[in-house]
Design a protein around this ligand. Sequence first.
Ligand code: GAL
Length: 373
Amino acid sequence: MWQPARRLSSCDQTEMMTKLSGQVLGPLDTPTYGKCLMKKAIALCVFVFFVLPLFTGLILCCGAEAPAFRPDQVWLDASGQPIQAHGGGILQYGGTYFWFGENKAGKTYNHRVDVIGVSCYSSRDLYHWNNEGVVLPAVKNDPASDLAPSKVLERPKVVYDRHTKQFVMWMHVDTADYKYARAGVAVSNKPTGPYEYLGSFRPDNSMSRDLTVFQDDDGKAYLIFASEDNRTMHITRLSDNYLRPTNETARVFIDQSREAPAMFKHEGKYFLITSGCTGWAPNAAQYAVATNIMGPWRIKGNLTTGPGSETTFGAQSTFVLRVAGKPGAFIFLADCWNPDDLGDSRYVWLPIGIHGEDLKIEWRDQWDLSVFK
Ligand code: GAL
């Protein structure tokens, strides 16, 4: 095989000469050769005792960094790309977490990104995520479609219906002026899609913008959405197959102008976390509590404390994740929107402290699941 010519060092030359004339001059008879051996021995020692440990240490430090959540830092997927799952939610299914969210990897203009679709990432430990691709892509060849790039597709949430064995995705679909205000639904028989878009609704004939889906222990699922032109939050039960809204509806945060709903249940109590309506700009979170999902609900106030709590640490709620296998462990998921480069919006995940009806979230630069006892 051809190899590039290598310039010989004086040591190499001496060694070669010695080899060539080995019969005449034994290697140990040559003072130059002895020096070279000495040089090589020193070089080997330097390599073994200094260079090698230094590199091994560096590799261990960088490569084996303990897994942790780092709120508001760039979060890379397993292939080294920033995760694109904004306004997202997480489904736990068969020992794997599936994170669905808005893919905003396009150009930001007028504080929007044309619809790319819903991304899905999978993980078994919540720290490391594999990109499963865009599982519900924009529809490029039909400008009238709810999923046309010029429209709005936000806050996708997926639940699994164990009776129909279908994965059901609900999302906010809208026109660029946010006047369409509808809830869209799509289905798949695999968590990673592809999802088939079925159409959109105005649940109970009401406007529906920011939304989430909550699945109760009894298998019933609910759509929670900012309605009445974002003045009041609605909770509407979904049909048994999760594909349509029923007319069973409750009103919460009446005339409070709340959005970005995230719901969870703990020890028989329902908690609903929301943000104020200030577009991409962050504001103070508020939560309400109820023992019946249809109310009455009691507004409890801000659940974040300490510096940054007046803006939810610069973020906006999107979901609350129940950590599998750790009773009472819930993670608050929020988006730190960057309106000038929406694709660079970061994620803020923080543990929720629960004391009876009182919720508390504090800022942490870094944390891991060991905070949950
Ligand atoms: C926010 C909403 C986001 C997005 C944004 C557009 O109020 O929570 O999901 O719709 O407005 O400005």
